[in-house]
Design a binder for this molecule. Sequence first.
Ligand code: DQA
Length: 148
Amino acid sequence: MTKPVFILNGPNLNLLGHRQPEIYGATTLQDVEAMCLKHGAAIGLAVVFRQSNHEGVLVDWIQQARNEASGIIINAAAYTHTSVAILDALLASDLPVVEVHLSNIHQRDEFRHHSYVSKVAKGMICGFGPQGYVLALDAIKQLTDTHS
Ligand code: DQA
């Protein structure tokens, strides 16, 4: 049986729809999850969708993905810009990785321009809001089809 794609979300994304809606929009994380499960099913991908505010929990899930997932889509949120631990876990996973951000991080504060995740991601989708997750699923579908 084909392994699922893990979609992992970092800190404060549980507040999506309520947090800075002028930047992140009105869609909640539950809505994003529903979009991902629906699109995943349409293109033949099982999806495991998770969010944590804790760096170590995200590292644990990436280590779990190493054995249990076919690929990783990750919006590491603020940890994108700070976490060598998440970068190392992604490197160790040996899986195709697609990085997502709701906002266009390059139009924002300078400290958001650098991403540790980008060092390991095959590519990054940013600036398209929740639709970015759907685009990421299409991207990971192509990558996992060629990876397996
Ligand atoms: C974000 C961008 C990050 O800079 C920020 O810390 C987030 C969300 C995004 O999806 O646009 O929490 O990853």
